[in-house]
Design a protein around this ligand. Structure first.
Ligand SMILES: Cc1ncc(COP(=O)(O)O)c(C=O)c1O
Length: 424
């Protein structure tokens, strides 16, 4: 079943929120259902997807990779070519248009790694909406380039100092803000999770990826054996898979962050391991990595976007029913996939997406040559230069950073004055 049944995907999903959030969620559900049936809204969405996001994104035949691996043909959906560099913009633009239709002028969002914050800030700039992004204080410090980008787009970044000062605390803070300002404000949730109707909304706005792939694969008469996507909260994967969920084929494969090992705190494996259990967090029921007291366990991944302790409810349901297979890739395999596709295809995967790339490298040689597998490259890897450079070119990177600091300290005032002068 593609849609939820009144907010539920069998035993997962729901709307486990404080009374004050019921009304905004109910209003959002009504507005969303009306909007997707309104041809004027859908036509505006399509125009902005084409002209601003840059849709449709290409489906690339990875010819050299296919030859080197010697099995099924590998195709890459280049979602990283979307404006702002990742699939997150599909949902951000869709929800911001919906908010504007509802008469809301203020947008709030949570962000962990910063990608969803950047996408929402850009969408707000494009649509003339006021934007506040909640971000854990720890993440603000770790993700300075993304904070700078959000501010450039005109967003206010609000550091969250409660709890562990990371993503889950940012979600709590955003929900508190929304509960206090429901009439003026819309909360743009960034993945296919949270209380109903968010999982349905996010899937709908991300399903453009899957619909394009379905058309592109049919045009080329591909015999698709498997589709592969990385899974954080689940927005790129559910959007990519959505037209195929109700069919028996192709195989749908979700790849989680295998981190550095199998132990607690060494990965973010919720579906492809034994550590997760049923729980309720952030307003919905799903599979979570929780301790005995129901508190989130620590997670770890080289990719900042795959380390959430839970998973979207529809993916949890489809995983338990066997329609989606889950596996994981270790940090090391993801790094190798980044190198492999960069060298052989001229395509730089984001660290998150490289987990899907790693599974393609494992799977392709096991399948016949007349079959195709399609990998969703959910984002491009430019944003990961601070992660990949220290691994691939450690000493040169350290030298570069020292030199940069020196240059900035010695030259800051003259340098800034010149740049400001030049930008006038
Ligand atoms: C490029 C990229 N891919 C994947 C993800 C994971 O999120 P989701 O599972 O919602 O697609 C993120 C999250 O920030 C991301 O930036």
């Amino acid at each position: 079943m593609t849609h939820s049944d009144n907010g539920f995907f069998d035993r997962f999903g729901g709307k486990y929120v404080a009374e004050v959030l019921r009304r905004p969620l109910d209003e959002l559900e009504i507005a969303f259902k009306e909007a997707v049936k309104d041809s004027a809204f859908m036509s505006e969405l399509e125009t902005i997807q084409r002209d601003y996001i840059g849709r449709e994104t290409p489906l690339l035949f990875a010819e050299t990779a296919t030859r080197l691996l010697g099995g099924a043909q590998i195709y890459i959906k280049l979602e990283g070519l979307a404006n702002t560099g990742a699939h997150k913009i599909n949902n951000a633009i869709g929800q911001c248009l919906l908010a504007r239709r509802m008469g809301k002028k203020r947008i709030i969002a949570e962000t962990g790694a910063g990608q969803h914050g950047v996408a929402t800030a850009a969408a707000c700039a494009k649509l003339g909406l006021d934007c506040t992004v909640y971000m854990g204080e720890v993440d603000v410090r770790r993700q300075q380039p993304n904070v700078a980008a959000m501010e450039l787009y005109g967003a206010k970044v609000h550091p969250v100092t409660s709890g562990s000062r990371t993503l889950k605390d940012a979600v709590n803070e955003a929900m508190r803000d929304w509960a206090a300002n429901p009439d003026t404000t819309h909360y743009v949730l960034g993945s296919a999770l949270g209380p109903a109707p968010f999982p349905d909304i996010v899937r709908e706005f991300q399903s453009v990826i899957g619909r394009e792939v379905e058309r592109q694969a049919a045009e080329r008469k591909l015999d698709v054996a498997a589709m592969i996507a990385c899974v954080g909260g689940g927005s790129n994967s559910i959007g990519f898979f959505s037209p195929f969920i109700d069919k028996k084929e192709p195989r749908l494969i979700g790849v989680e962050a295998g981190g550095i090992g199998d132990g607690i705190g060494e990965n973010a494996v919720r579906m492809s391991g034994m550590a997760a259990r049923d729980g309720i967090m952030h307003g919905y029921k799903s599979r979570f990595l929780l301790d005995e007291d129901g508190q989130a366990l620590p997670t770890r991944s080289i990719s900042a976007g795959l380390d959430y302790c839970g998973i979207g409810p529809q993916l949890a349901d489809l995983g338990q029913k066997g329609r989606i297979e889950f596996t994981c890739a270790r940090d090391k395999e993801a790094l190798e996939a980044v190198k492999f596709f960069a060298r052989n295809e001229g395509v730089l995967f984001a660290m998150e997406s490289a987990h899907a790339g790693a599974e393609a490298i494992r799977l392709a040689p096991t399948l016949p040559k007349d079959k195709a597998i399609i990998v969703n490259m959910s984002g491009r890897g430019d944003k990961d230069v601070f992660i990949t450079c220290p691994v691939f070119r450690r000493s040169e990177w350290i030298e570069f950073l020292h030199a940069e600091i020196e240059r900035l300290e010695s030259d800051t005032e003259i340098h800034n004055a010149k740049i400001m002068e030049a930008s006038k």
